[in-house]
Design a protein around this ligand. Sequence first.
Ligand SMILES: Cc1cc2nc3c(=O)[nH]c(=O)nc-3n(C[C@H](O)[C@H](O)[C@H](O)COP(=O)(O)OP(=O)(O)OC[C@H]3O[C@@H](n4cnc5c(N)ncnc54)[C@H](O)[C@@H]3O)c2cc1C
Length: 267
Amino acid sequence: MGPEFVAGRRVLIVGGGYIGLEAAAVAAKLGLSVTLLEAAPRILQRVAAPETSDFFRALHGENGVAIIEGTGLASLRGTGDGAITADLADGRVLNVDFVIAGIGVAANDRLAREAGLACEGGIIVDARGQSSDPAIWAAGDCTVLPYRGAMIRLESVQNAIDQAEAVAANMLGAEADYHPKPWFWSDQYALKLQIAGLNTGFDRVVVRKAEGATTCSHWYFKGETLLAVDAMNDPRNYMIGKRLIEAGRSPEAAVIADPASDLKALL
Ligand SMILES: Cc1cc2nc3c(=O)[nH]c(=O)nc-3n(C[C@H](O)[C@H](O)[C@H](O)COP(=O)(O)OP(=O)(O)OC[C@H]3O[C@@H](n4cnc5c(N)ncnc54)[C@H](O)[C@@H]3O)c2cc1C
C-alpha cells in the first residue's frame, strides 16, 4: 500500500465490481474519504443479482462510502495543485486527491490467434484442455473452456490450479475430462462473501435469511435448477450449496427460503 492511503485523503474508485469494492473497503477502514463510481445501473451488475448488489451497497453505506451508480467517468483533469477533478457523464464534478481504476480486463489472445489457435476472447480448449491445435494445451485464465453446455472463461486461482493439474495429466495420457467447480470469495470489512457455482442465466433468486440475522445467502436458480449461491458471512450454507451444485442436485426453492429448514438434511 502506497502513501496515498492516508486518513483524510479523498479517493475516487472507478468501477463497482469486487475489485473496486474491496479497494473501497480498505480505503474506508483507513479513514479516507471514498467515492465509488459505477457506470452500470447498479454495483456488481455483471456478476450478481440485485439482492447481492443491495447487500453490498448497504454495507458500504454503513462504512461511509459514497456510491454513485448509473453514470460513468467522462474525464479526469489535474488541478495544478496535485488534486484531480473528475467530470462524470451526468455533469457532476468531483474533486479528489487520487483515483483507482477497477474497471475489469479483456483477455488478450493476440499471440494465440497469430499462432493459428481458435480463440474467442481467450484460447478455446476442450474438456481435456487441448486447443484447436492438438499439440498445444492451455490452462488458467487464458482459456475458454466448456462448463455445463456453455463456453466460459473463469478467472480464479482455484480454477487455474485445478485445470492445470488436469491438463498436465492429460498431456501424460490420462484422457480425463476436467469439470470446473467454480468458487470465489471476497473480503470486505468484517464480511466474507463466498460464492459457489456460476449464476450465468439465472431467472430468480431465493433469499435465505433468518429474522434479525446478520448472515444470509442468495440462491440462484434457472427454472428448478440451482446454479449458484452467494453466502454472506454464512460458511455453513455456502458449503451446503457448493456440495449440492457439484452433485448436480437442486433443492426446492421453498425449502431454501424457509430459514427454519435444515439444509444439511438435503445432502
Ligand atoms: C486484482 C485481482 C484480484 C484477484 N482476486 C482474486 C481472488 O480473490 N480470488 C481468486 O480466485 N482469483 C482472483 N483473481 C484472479 C487470479 O489472480 C487469476 O485467476 C489467476 O492468477 C490465474 O492464474 P494464471 O496462471 O492462469 O494466470 P496469471 O496468474 O495471470 O499468470 C500468467 C503469467 O503469464 C505471463 N505471461 C503472459 N503472456 C506471456 C508470454 N507471452 N510469455 C511469457 N509469459 C507470459 C504473465 O506475465 C503472468 O505472470 C484476481 C485477479 C486480480 C487481477
